[in-house]
Write a new protein. Structure first.
Length: 403
């Protein structure tokens, strides 16, 4: 009998993790789930442990880990339960885990994903912040260790599928590529009057027209910061120059991204807006497997629209391009400031338009370092979070720091 591939999921209770579990359930003859990790949702992880019977479960939150451990023992299950960063690293380096799905949202996924790359796992990368914060460091580890890296972001997975040889080792020009075209839906506020954006609510921002996602990434989609982060991600993944990366708003989310070649050819990857498609592709590559997604019916597609993004409507896009150009730890500063600002918006402490203002304020005040060492990256990440938090506090207290 052929040995089944062991899969560990960092972020199993989030939208990507749930989609991955669904794909794996459709293919139990090929894969087995060996480890699961979540942040604080011990109730959902408990149910997943009962259903999938991993050998290891990890909660980032120690109290949640204690609750999970006790419930599993009462249920007669011998799943090992760990907590914290060390626990997440244990999952990433677990001998039984052949593939590691890196789907933890935000900076929290950086260290365990680096550990998976060092351990030569096949890394299925959904956590774009890993490349935003530490692109040079992460890609160096991937190259040195010979790690298999497959992108799970729908846009980057689409680009990967449209390139002839996967990741280019020496730049896109060697493959005859003129540019990469990242598509984005424009989110829920693509047509909202600009003077109304300050009054939008978290519920409205999280109501994406096409995709079902977690709250943080839904807000990033609404500000289009997610697309800015994806530009930085594409820069590192595909050895691209900034001028070779373009963003196009495509409201239908049918074309997930495109690659334009020097001869005028454009290759596009199409499919229904469902994360199970890129997950299935990365799990099976270079083969294909069933994803459980409905097949695309071209006769029901009324039209495919494309527009240039409006930087006045989406200032976070310009901030991301500027961070990429600045280099060093600036992308990490951008990401940290955005995480803090988005959380404050979700908590109704600041307005939707304050998100970009908070990020801009932080970028102007935290001094960049070289991003050669993890310690420098984490140092500026901490400082950026502190500066952004102070700005938000001043706003909440009626301050006027809005420069």
């Amino acid at each position: 009998m052929t040995r089944r591939i062991g899969v560990a999921i960092l972020g199993s209770t989030g939208s990507i993790g749930l989609s991955a579990l669904d794909v794996l359930q459709h293919n139990t003859d090929r894969f087995r789930i060996v480890a699961l990790a979540a942040n604080r949702n011990d109730n959902m992880l408990f149910k997943q442990c009962l259903l999938y019977e991993p050998v290891l479960a990890v909660m980032a939150d120690a109290d949640a880990a204690d609750r999970l451990h006790n419930r599993l023992r009462l249920a007669g299950r011998q799943v090992e339960v760990l907590s914290g960063i060390s626990g997440l690293e244990s999952i990433s380096t677990l001998p039984d885990a052949d593939y590691v799905i890196a789907a933890i949202v935000g900076a929290a996924g950086l260290i365990p994903t680096l550990a998976a790359a060092r351990a030569r796992k096949r890394v299925l990368l959904a956590n774009k912040e890993v490349l935003v914060m530490a692109g040079s460091l992460f890609m160096s580890i991937v190259k040195e260790q010979g790690t298999e890296l497959l992108p799970l972001d729908s846009e980057h997975n689409a680009i990967f599928q449209c390139l002839p040889l996967g990741f280019p080792a020496n730049g896109l020009n060697r493959l005859g590529v003129r540019r990469i075209i990242l598509t984005g839906s424009g989110g829920p506020f693509r047509l909202t009057p600009l003077d109304s954006l300050q009054r939008v609510t978290p519920e409205q921002a999280c109501s994406h027209p096409n995709w079902t996602m977690g709250r943080k990434i839904s807000v990033d989609s609404a500000t289009m910061m997610n697309k800015g982060l994806e530009v930085i991600e594409a820069y590192w993944l595909f050895a691209a120059k900034p001028v070779q990366i373009e963003i196009v708003i495509h409201p239908q989310s049918i074309i997930h991204s495109m690659v334009e070649y020097e001869d005028g050819s454009v290759l596009a990857q199409l499919g229904n807006p469902d994360m199970r498609i890129p997950i299935a592709h990365a799990l099976a590559w270079p083969q294909r497997l069933e994803s459980g997604v409905a097949f695309l019916d071209f006769t029901r597609i009324a039209q495919l629209e494309f527009q240039k993004p409006d930087l006045k409507r989406f200032p976070c896009l310009q901030l991301a391009f500027s961070a990429l150009k600045a280099g060093g730890t600036v992308p990490a500063i951008l990401n940290a400031a955005n995480e803090v600002a988005v959380q404050a918006f979700l908590e109704r402490r600041i307005s939707f338009t304050d998100i970009a203002a908070a990020v801009n304020y932080t970028l102007e005040r935290v001094v960049r370092q070289k991003a050669d060492h993890l310690s420098c990256i984490l140092e500026d990440d901490i400082q950026a979070r502190q500066v952004t938090s102070e700005w938000i506090t001043s706003i909440c207290d009626g301050g006027v720091i809005r420069s």
